[in-house]
Design a binder for this molecule. Structure first.
Ligand code: AGP
Length: 609
């Protein structure tokens, strides 16, 4: 939530900061602003709503300086407005902030008593005033920032510049993400890697409680207490084109189409040459440690939680370990039974989701082993977990998660097979068969993507529907939930996912001629039962949209739409059935004219609790 960007160097800073904000807009987009040092004077330009409004303002008031900070906001404290947009100024300091300052009211009162006037309703503005106050009391710029940060409770990533220090940019983090990009005689700071990728791939990752001071000549990182810290630079392999739309109308559509490649990248290097085992190098868990595990918690939010629900099926089936699936925001408040024989597996595309990060810390605090499945390299969850399986899906910019989800499912299959081999719960033949099937996935996902045009042509009758019901059974129930979430978040149509067998216990009352029911019915052991549910829907007038790999000739009459998909091993089927549901949600949203990549009220990375 919220994206921050900062630049110090020789180039026109506003161009770099604006370009970075454009790539971070997925993090929040209700207002934006930039502050630039213009011939010794700080000039701040802010605008409500999307970045395009800020761009218009900047055309009226061009900025030319080579030191600037910028922000794109997702409101927490104070409504989206120009006054609440960052950067916030106090005296000769401007600050951009991502996070939440929990003790801001007490600090604000104290600052007001000291004569500070506030212009916004935000928690963030206090940071600028705290720095100003420290300087009034005699501290130099850097020291003032340290002292101000010492007073904060909560989460922050900040960038600060000062009118009187034209060669200094200060950045710090605690609980919110912040990455440094290193160029030639220039530095970038941003909430996420894609903001800087077109300028540098050399990145430095700040830890919580660290502060970086940049000049055009160099950079110094230290702890808030002033202890110098040696940082190493990591070269990021993502290329800048990966964060572009590449000719697609929306990032979401591009990312849906990237899935064959993304899945190949998740698999790359992880299957033994003779295709009889899995290699997971970042696991950091010995075979003995894996054998000693008595229980696994899968913890995540949103779409990643749906991946976790599929993961339960995979791990319990293959490795015969009891698995509990938790929504991250619930996990830490229910005193989970974590100990040194439990493994908590955190699933997060961004690796920055505050609830999932808190759950990870809860598990660690209880001496549990932890493992992460993340997409963003070096993200907080990836770094704080004992081990990590990266999905290597490439940057996902569309707020609605697509390729991140299917690659999480692939990572879960790999992990469950690895566990099964180590614990000897699955015979070698079964492991080899699943590996063979895994290797067919990219091609079969491509086959599913061939449905794109047909789905586009057929969605019009559904765009005015008020509700949708999604039904699936077994490992397809989480896909029903995911299909419903996709539709909700980008088309704003209410949708619910249900286990097909549960329909008769309540939701059947909803069915009438107005209700489209998406039924996911792969040809597996529950196929006949799901088809009976289909008939129950039909006899009550519901409109059926069927996703299946079976011969559906007999169902043709009963269904409004048929989305045929290729057959594959049942454990991998959730990956294939997800594709038509993504396309369905996407085309309905496009036809409704919603903002597909940046749906209202949402943000890609939810870094507040
Ligand atoms: C997915 O379409 C959503 N935007 C959202 O549910 C997301 O999956 C959730 O916020 C978790 O994010 P994470 O995977 O980055 O932790």
């Amino acid at each position: 939530m919220c994206g921050i960007v900062g630049y110090i160097g020789e180039q026109r800073a506003v161009d770099i900061v604006l370009d970075g904000l454009r790539r971070l807009e997925y993090r929040g987009y209700d207002s934006a602003g930039i502050a630039s040092l213009e011939q010794g004077q700080l000039v701040t330009v802010r605008a409500e709503s999307k970045l395009i409004n800020l761009e218009q303002e900047l055309r009226k008031q061009p900025l030319h300086g080579s030191l600037a900070i910028g922000h794109t906001r997702w409101a927490t404290h104070g409504k989206p407005s120009q006054a609440n947009a960052h950067p916030h100024k106090a005296g000769s300091f401007v600050v951009v902030h991502n996070g939440i300052i929990e003790n801001y009211l007490a600090l604000k009162q104290q600052l007001q008593q000291q004569g500070h006037n506030f212009r916004s309703q935000t928690d963030s503005e206090i940071i600028a005033h705290l720095i100003e106050q420290q300087v009034k009391e005699g501290a130099a710029f850097e020291q003032a920032v340290r002292q101000a940060l010492h007073q904060l409770r909560g989460a922050y990533a900040i960038a600060v510049i000062c009118e009187d220090c034209p060669d200094t940019l200060i950045a710090a983090k605690c609980g919110s993400p912040l990455v440094i990009g290193q160029g030639q005689g220039e530095y970038f700071v941003a909430s996420d890697i894609p903001a800087m990728l077109s300028h540098t791939r050399e990145m430095i990752f700040l830890e919580d409680g660290e502060l970086a001071v940049f000049s055009r000549q160099g950079m110094q990182v230290s702890t808030l207490d002033g202890r110098l810290v040696e940082k190493s630079t990591k070269t990021i392999t993502w290329n800048p084109l990966m964060a572009e739309k590449g000719g697609f109308r929306h990032f979401m559509l591009k990312e849906i189409h990237e899935q064959p490649r993304a899945i190949s990248d998740t698999l790359a290097g992880r299957i033994c040459d003779n295709k009889d085992g899995i290699l997971l190098d970042g696991l950091n868990l010995t075979d003995d440690a894996l054998k000693a595990i008595e229980r696994i918690y899968l913890v995540a939010c949103g779409t990643s939680w749906h991946a976790a629900l599929v993961g339960k099926f995979l791990i319990e089936k293959h490795a015969r370990i009891p698995v509990e699936v938790d929504i991250a925001s619930e996990f830490r408040y229910r005193q989970p039974l974590v100990n040194d024989r439990t493994l908590t597996l955190l699933i997060s595309q961004s690796g920055e989701t505050a609830d999932t990060l808190a759950a990870l810390r809860e598990a660690r605090g209880r001496q549990g082993k932890t493992l992460a499945i993340c997409n963003v390299v070096e993200s907080s969850i990836a770094r704080e977990s004992d081990g990590v399986i990266y999905t290597h899906a490439g940057p996902e910019i569309g707020v609605a998660s697509t390729k991140a989800f299917t690659t999480q499912l692939v990572a879960l299959v790999l992990f469950s097979l690895h566990l099964a081999r180590v614990r000897e719960t699955l015979d070698q033949k079964a492991i080899c068969e699943l590996i063979r099937e895994l290797l067919t996935l990219p091609r079969k996902v491509e086959n599913c993507l061939e449905l794109n045009e047909e789905i586009e042509q057929r969605v019009r009758p559904y765009i005015h529907c008020r509700d949708f019901l999604y039904l699936g059974r077994g490992n397809q129930y989480p896909i029903a939930l995911e299909g419903a979430l996709k539709l909700k978040e980008i088309s704003y149509i209410h949708a619910e996912g249900y286990p097909a067998g549960e329909m008769k216990h309540g939701p059947i009352a909803l069915i009438d001629e107005e209700l489209p029911v998406v039924i996911i019915a792969p040809k597996n052991e529950t196929y006949e039962k799901v088809i009976s549910n289909l008939e129950e829907v039909k006899s009550r007038g519901g409109k059926i949209l069927l996703v299946s790999d079976a011969d559906t000739t007999q169902q043709q009459e009963s269904c409004e739409e048929l989305f045929p998909i290729p057959s594959i091993h049942d454990d991998l089927m959730p990956i294939l059935t997800s594709i038509p549901l993504q396309l369905l949600a996407y085309h309905i949203a496009v036809m409704k004219g919603t903002d597909v990549d940046q749906p209202r009220n949402l943000a890609k990375s939810v870094t507040v609790e």
